[in-house]
Design a protein around this ligand. Structure first.
Ligand code: EPU
Length: 338
């Protein structure tokens, strides 16, 4: 096992924020995790699990031992009449995995195309886009307990998936390292087209019964038009969660701002578009140092060059205060702030 010291994390987080890991170990499989757990010093050290670094904001150097997950591999597990089960190593790039499943003739993940990050990070925040969430296609995952070194297989109920949320952000945070994830792709394939942007694509193209590849291409086009490519402009996707309010709160806001974008949820509560709220407060294009609000989508903060974590957080807090001042709503950051 190689222990690297003084490793710059700048290339390992999509926001491109500077931070140094005192110690870093690359994890290629369960055995690597066990070597760390059994190590006389590293075994008991606090640990931070790093995936694709697409959902973290680094505000300081890392005193913890950083475990960089690089578990590779993807395979067909089982073809059943009602579903195809596929598996990928936690270190696989998410988008490349989605494209691979389509190329194999196993559709079902196309709405989640182009989401940055790794397969192993996907369950942690239950990634979602265009009417589909990871939990809708989840079968099970393998993980290693960082205290006992035991390998476990976890099903959906233990993972406790919620909106951009799971047990891995709470009870199991820093406690389990996900090594492999399995997905259930239902047969026959049914497109998920309810999302407004996709309905618009359907209308504009005149395609009434799109193929999986067509949906994949639409999702990629919608994302490319709205969201910055982290390879060109550092970012961590949506910076805030879309807040959920009571119908009374929503009516109150509509009374003052009839345009507010809102979606009623099955349980009677209402989800508001945080991007709209931030936009309405005039934040698009505003900056603190190298950190700025993306011009095309106010929900995304970007690194215009040389941003540091404290600038990102100063900007984020100013946005939170102004949205609270105008709408009485507290926005919650979506990425993990370290
Ligand atoms: N809007 C504005 N101004 C803005 C931004 C948005 O008026 O500056 C309005 C839009 O016009 C639209 C509404 O707000 O009517 C919602 O915007 P959009 O459809 O782009 O989706 P979103 O709520 O901003 C969420 C997810 C995204 C996901 C998309 C598509 C969250 C926090 N974000 O964004 O996820 O890709 O829906 O499903 O739930 C991510 O989590 O990192 C992410 C990018």
């Amino acid at each position: 096992m190689q222990i690297e010291s003084g490793v710059s994390l700048k290339p390992f987080n999509t926001f491109g924020l500077p931070a140094v890991a005192q110690q870093l170990v690359r994890i290629g499989g369960d055995a690597d995790v066990r070597r760390v757990v059994d190590h006389p010093q590293l075994g008991r050290a606090p640990k931070f699990i790093l995936g694709g670094g697409s959902n973290i904001i680094l505000t300081r150097d890392m005193p913890q031992l950083v475990l960089k997950v690089e578990v590779a591999g993807r395979r067909l597990v089982e073809e059943r009449p009602d579903a195809v089960i596929v598996e990928a190593g936690a270190g696989e790039n998410w988008h490349a995995f989605v494209a691979w499943t389509l190329a194999q003739g196993w559709p079902g993940l196309e709405n989640l195309a182009l989401i940055p990050g790794t397969v192993g990070a996907a369950p942690v925040q239950n990634i979602g886009a265009y009417g589909l969430e990871l939990k809708d296609r989840f079968e099970s995952l393998d993980a290693v307990d960082l205290v006992t070194g035991r390998s476990v297989t976890l099903g959906a109920s233990i993972c406790a998936f919620g909106y951009r949320d799971s047990v891995f952000k709470h009870d199991l945070a820093g406690r389990t390292l996900i090594t492999r994830v399995r997905f259930r792709l239902p047969r026959p394939w049914q497109p998920v087209l309810g999302y407004l942007d996709l309905e618009r694509k359907m209308r504009e193209s005149g395609v009434a019964a799109p193929s999986p590849q067509q949906v994949f291409d639409w999702v990629c086009a919608i994302r490319r038009a709205k969201l910055p490519d982290p390879a060109l402009l550092g970012n961590a996707g949506s910076f805030f969660k879309n807040p959920v309010v009571t119908p009374e709160q929503c009516r109150d806001i509509i009374g003052r701002d009839p345009e507010v974008v809102h979606y009623p949820l099955p349980d009677g509560s209402v989800k508001l578009a945080a991007g709209w709220l931030i936009d309405a407060c005039g934040w698009k294009g505003k900056a603190v140092g190298g950190a700025a609000v993306y011009e095309k989508q106010a929900l995304v903060l970007v690194n215009r060059g040389g941003a540091i974590g404290s600038e990102v957080m100063t900007l984020a807090r100013a946005i939170q205060e102004s949205v609270y001042g105008r709408f009485g709503i507290r926005l919650e950051p979506e990425p993990v702030v370290v």
